[in-house]
Design a protein around this ligand. Sequence first.
Ligand code: SAM
Ligand code: CO
Length: 284
Amino acid sequence: MNTGHDAPKRSVSAPGRVKEISSTANPIVKDIRALVQKKHRDETGLFLAEGLKLVIDALDAGWEIETLVVARAAQDSALLHKTASRTVALGADLIEANHKVLEAITRRDNPQNAVGVFRKKTVPLERLAPKPNEVLVALDRVRDPGNLGTVLRTADAVGAKGVVLVGETVDPFSLEAVRATMGSIFAVPVSRVGEAAFIEWRAGCRAPLIGTHMSGATDYRKPDYASKGSVLVMGNEQAGLTDALANACDTLVRIPQVGRADSLNLAVATGVMLFEARRGILEL
Ligand code: SAM
Ligand code: CO
């Protein structure tokens, strides 16, 4: 491709630049590689999405792409080529890289043929207040990127309104979390908020807060999740809900268990809760 080598970066109508890079020592590669670290994602506001499917999902959902790295060896893929042209037309840069460079960026032996650098996006909590028939998930200090990614994927699948990350949580834009969402990171609105702000927001929220707790007195199939909508509040993997969050809930429910396991995995428990909350709404 020969579009606009001299075009200024990200001006409104100018196409992006196209570069060929074969060295992992290239400073552009180093910058992109650094995005596996949270510190650099925070500094730049950028994150990585691996794989052509994810990149297309993101573009279709209107996420802002900064740079697209494609495998030079895969350039005869029509879809890859189309996505590359689309990226350049949007004003983002295109990097045609060799296998070694893609391996270095993704820290993987079998890297995908495309890696997109996107601008992070979260939404204010105010925008996620559930209306009747809507459900919102709140995660208290979630620690594991796989759990967070799985919750986002499941929230997407049931049509949840969004996911609120309360307190100190893992980064939803880490490679691991993004991988685990299978693209749902681009479909489900995510909000981040401190515990005190969440509890304050809760006072003006019409939907009940339904907390999940190992000592909850109510069977999780009992509450009315739909009439006023609902907020499902899920506890930290190790510690469960903080007392402050548990006290802020209207109801504390428990999923009955038999057998040896003390508790369910957080993402599994969230899945069970989400499908219960959406029972009357989802149909084949
Ligand atoms: N040791 C923690 C405790 O005692 O709370 C276990 C936390 S569990 C791994 C993570 C979260 O999943 C819990 O805080 C709760 O939100 C949810 N959870 C797991 N099993 C559950 C169950 N049987 N009933 C209700 N919530 C459950
Ligand atoms: Co060229």
